[in-house]
Design a protein. Structure first.
Length: 340
């Protein structure tokens, strides 16, 4: 019996570490541009959990809304939220439905943040279950036609949510700039209390924004950072580094991945070399910069020819981001994988 109890407790501990995944996040929309976006971070080690995409907890439906599903994440609940949003439910109605129809009949362990459109109307809503790990809470609001829902659990305290909200509300610029600023509001050691000993806010972070015409699952802007315990790398700083490379913080459009630079990178995944081709723009002042998953600049070099080969065998396996700029203005981004 004692052995059984020990195994049971270990099982619960493992599941908690695997599924108590997110700590602080934001979803937001712009009722004028009809952009929808989300960002979040957590002290979960994604490699240990076997999760490849740091944005897994976020679901963007272009021109419709956004859902963050966190605290004991269950895919079925996220799928149900998406289905209710596509059926035309408001964020508040989706929350009510999810609480009444939780996939494992335990809605008090769950936390949601939702924004959405119903025709020309926009709104936001959140849910923080009573048994989410303390400190937990959420805030909702709107400013200048932008609606937001900010929520968190396993937090340092209410000051994390208040700081995120203040930064979102007080930062000028478009939706992406405000969401990035909100994430900086949680950039303190131990924002997720599990990361206090790591001297970081979290171990992974993401930010994504979809334009109204984007295909589902292909937002115009998606940035992710994944670190591990002991690395000493602050994910929100790395996220900001990536963000600055692609998104000027002024009321302007996002970098468009379907721009004149088509078929830029091959092969993907990369092994020994990156080949850049198909540049349909003048090559003067065209520069390629490469960043790793921690937001560190790997190389930066001018593009002088329509087919350019760049050695890459010396770099470790993982996710990378290429940013193309012309005369200092970001015009194109490409994600790729390096494999050994």
């Amino acid at each position: 019996m004692q052995k059984f109890i020990i195994l049971f407790l270990l099982s619960i501990l493992f599941q908690s570490r695997l599924w108590a995944q997110d700590t602080f996040s934001i979803v937001a929309l712009d009722s004028v541009s009809r952009q929808v976006g989300a960002a979040g971070a957590s002290c979960l080690d994604l490699d240990f959990a076997g999760i490849s995409d740091p944005a897994f907890l976020s679901d963007l439906l272009p021109d419709t809304g956004a859902v963050n599903t966190q605290s004991y994440f269950i895919q079925a609940n996220q799928d149900n939220a998406r289905a209710r949003m596509r059926a035309g439910d408001s964020p508040a109605q989706i929350i009510s439905w999810l609480v009444a129809n939780d996939a494992v009949n335990n809605p008090e362990f769950k936390q949601y943040g939702i924004v959405g459109f119903q025709g020309m109307q926009a709104s936001s809503a959140s849910h923080s279950g009573n048994t989410c790990i303390d400190y937990k809470n959420h805030v909702n609001g709107s400013i200048q036609g932008m609606y937001y829902a900010i929520q968190g659990n396993i937090l340092k305290g209410q000051e994390i949510l208040d700081s995120m909200e203040a930064r979102f509300r007080n930062t000028p610029g478009n939706l992406a700039c405000r969401i990035m600023a909100a994430m900086q509001g949680a950039n303190v050691p131990g924002a997720d209390t599990r990361c206090l000993n790591n001297n970081t806010s979290s171990l992974f972070a993401f930010l994504q924004v979809a334009n109204p015409g984007d295909p589902y699952g292909q937002p115009s802007l998606k940035l992710t950072v994944k670190t591990s315990a002991g690395s000493g790398v602050e994910p929100i700083d790395s996220l900001q580094h990536l963000f600055n490379a692609v998104q000027p913080c002024s009321p302007s459009s996002l970098v468009d991945e379907s721009s004149a630079l088509s078929s830029v990178l091959f092969p993907n995944p990369v092994q020994d070399y990156i080949f850049i081709k198909g540049l349909d723009l003048p090559l003067n002042h065209l520069t390629c910069s490469c960043y790793d998953q921690y937001g560190r600049l790997i190389f930066q070099q001018p593009i002088h020819q329509t087919l350019q080969q760049i050695p890459f065998a010396q770099h470790p396996s993982g996710m990378y981001l290429l940013i193309f700029t012309q005369q200092g203005v970001p015009i194109r981004k490409e994600h790729f994988m390096k494999v050994d």
